[in-house]
Design a protein around this ligand. Structure first.
Ligand code: SF4
Ligand code: SF4
Length: 367
């Protein structure tokens, strides 16, 4: 396959906003596979059962797409300055804009059509030319990204790119096209003796082998986790309402982070702009929740997960003015919400340090 076609594909990727873009051979990554299986065996995937299903597929492209020859690895920068949510809480950067799955999937669909056009291969459900994935697994796409020299995997388990640091969505297109792979770049990147991410992680979730124990990670606990947050971890969550960026915020490689050009990631969905903890604690129905968060990654936590998280943050911040709402939630028919609300009330009222008095901003006003 010609170098020319590979270049055309990269140019198209960049026209869709992807950067960096790399091409790598679709080979089985046995080392990454063993690493992944051992990560699962240690229980670090917590209760995310989908990670265990057909695990071999994740590092064997041939099992995902028969005849796979190349993988086009794509990065999409989402960095932006954090949205201020007053003194109350923080939301991970990636979740402050539109749902990246929707944004990237739309781009990948265009990409699939483009590949059919330029290769002259019509689409068939029986012999597809390509398959694309966003956020496919915890190891595979990172391992392929590293193999493609798109970046290196840091101690915080993130892929760190030379161009933008680590605030980057990864996606990939596996294709039967035989494209010219990129040569390894001179820039290898490394952590060296730095341990900033390990040191700052409040729950000690970062393991020495560059993996994350999801059972301890605030991102898992506040997003994917459907049950109670273990009591001993609640104080460590601080004011993270959804996700956690600490191990990326401290990374020295992120001095290279530049604001994203993707409008969908720049803007804060309107309903969230004036969001307050009080507002979250008073969401009574799934419809209200959907009205506030439709089209954003926050949908993933679901209503009861987000209220659970809001109870923890309110307790950690000792927000006295939220006590009436927390007392109401402590009577909830939902045992998980009731228990977290009760925990929060106790954290506010029996803490050794003084509870924080009502702020000058009324909790009914957006902060
Ligand atoms: S996201 Fe937060 S909790 Fe998870 S590993 Fe990073 S610093 Fe630790
Ligand atoms: S903070 Fe330091 S140790 Fe952690 S990923 Fe960045 S460079 Fe590596």
């Amino acid at each position: 396959m010609s170098q020319h076609l590979s270049q055309e594909i990269k140019d198209f990727a960049r026209s869709l906003g992807f950067d960096p873009v790399k091409i790598v051979r679709a080979e089985k990554l046995s080392d990454a596979g063993s690493y992944y299986e051992s990560w699962l065996a240690k229980g670090y995937g917590a209760d995310m059962e989908y990670l265990k299903k057909d695990s071999e597929k994740r590092y064997t492209p041939e099992k995902m797409l028969p005849g796979a020859k190349s993988i086009i690895m794509l990065g999409l920068n989402y960095y932006k300055k954090d949205k201020e949510f007053g003194e109350n809480f923080r939301i991970a950067k990636y979740a402050q804009g539109r749902d990246y799955h929707k944004v990237i999937t739309a781009k990948l669909k265009k990409f699939g059509k483009f590949l059919e056009e330029i290769s002259g291969t019509p689409h068939s459900h029986f012999t597809p030319l390509s398959k694309s994935y966003v956020d496919f697994g915890p190891v595979m796409e990172r391992a392929y990204a590293q193999k493609a020299s798109l970046g290196f995997i840091g101690k915080n388990a993130c892929v760190i790119t030379r161009e933008y640091g680590s605030f980057m969505f990864l996606s990939e297109i596996i294709t039967t096209l035989d494209l010219t792979p990129d040569e390894p770049t001179k820039w290898q990147g490394k952590c060296g003796s730095c341990t900033r991410c390990v040191d700052i992680c409040p729950t000690r979730a970062i393991k020495p082998d560059r993996t994350i124990d999801s059972n301890l990670c605030i991102a898992y606990l506040t997003i994917e986790n459907r049950g109670a947050i273990p009591e001993e971890l609640r104080p460590k969550i601080g004011n993270w309402l959804f996700g956690c960026d600490l191990c990326q915020d401290v990374c020295p490689h992120n001095v290279r982070a530049k604001p994203t050009h993707v409008e969908d990631f720049q803007s804060i969905p309107v309903a969230q702009q004036n969001l307050s903890l009080a507002q979250i604690l008073s969401i009574e129905t799934d419809d209200e929740f959907t009205h506030l968060f439709a089209g954003t990654p926050i949908m993933r936590a679901k209503r009861r997960g987000l209220i659970r998280n809001a109870c923890v943050v309110a307790g950690n911040l000792k927000l006295l003015d939220l006590l009436p709402q927390l007392r109401k939630l402590a009577q909830s028919d939902d045992a998980m919400i009731a228990e977290h609300a009760q925990w929060s009330i106790e954290a506010i009222t029996t803490s050794t340090s003084s509870p924080r008095p009502p702020s000058s901003h009324s909790h009914s006003e957006p902060l």
